[in-house]
Design a protein around this ligand. Structure first.
Ligand code: HEC
Length: 140
């Protein structure tokens, strides 16, 4: 009798509710993938992986240099940011390809850079961030 009273129906209902949530999770990413890069997803990717250290506002340097108009900007070129020697001497202009590769593996693009601690992002995530950076850089 006592054990009966302690048995609540929720252990049976929970797995069903869980399956519903899982279905939603499984469907959401595939509907996003059909669009080129959704603005919100792009901004979210930047917020998740970069915003702790970077702003996209001109003049707003944080731990990292601001990324205003970074697509088409020369690497290590802001006068008011204290870059590592490697970044200062990188000698190239950031384009979409360089930015994507830098986000995935910073050291392969500018070895000795001081963008740390930075764990890297997937190529997918990097593509979203580039879309965001380009959108806020204005027309090229
Ligand atoms: C932990 C802080 C941190 C995070 C997170 C971070 N960065 Fe950085 N970033 C830096 C620092 C510090 C530098 C300066 C590196 C140097 O001088 O070697 C930098 C430099 C850069 C530069 C070179 C800018 C220039 O003026 O040449 C780019 C581009 C960049 N980061 C993009 C990103 C992107 C995109 C993300 C997110 C995917 C990101 N960073 C995440 C700290 C960070």
């Amino acid at each position: 009798m006592q054990s009966r009273l302690q048995t609540s129906p929720s252990p049976w209902l929970r797995p069903i509710a869980g399956a519903g949530a899982l279905t939603l999770l499984l469907f959401a990413p595939s509907s996003l993938a059909q669009q080129p890069v959704n603005d919100e997803a792009a901004q979210q990717a930047f917020n998740n992986s970069c915003r702790t250290c970077h702003s996209v506002k001109e003049g707003d340097n944080r731990l990292g240099p601001n990324l205003s108009k970074i697509v088409g900007r020369k690497a290590g070129s802001l006068p008011d940011y204290n870059y590592s020697a490697s970044m200062k001497d990188a000698g190239f202009v950031w384009d979409k390809d360089k930015l994507t590769r830098f986000m995935v593996k910073p050291d392969e693009v500018v070895s000795g850079n001081k963008m740390q601690p930075y764990g890297g992002v997937s190529a997918d995530e990097a593509a979203k961030v580039v879309a965001y950076l380009q959108a806020v850089s204005g027309p090229q």
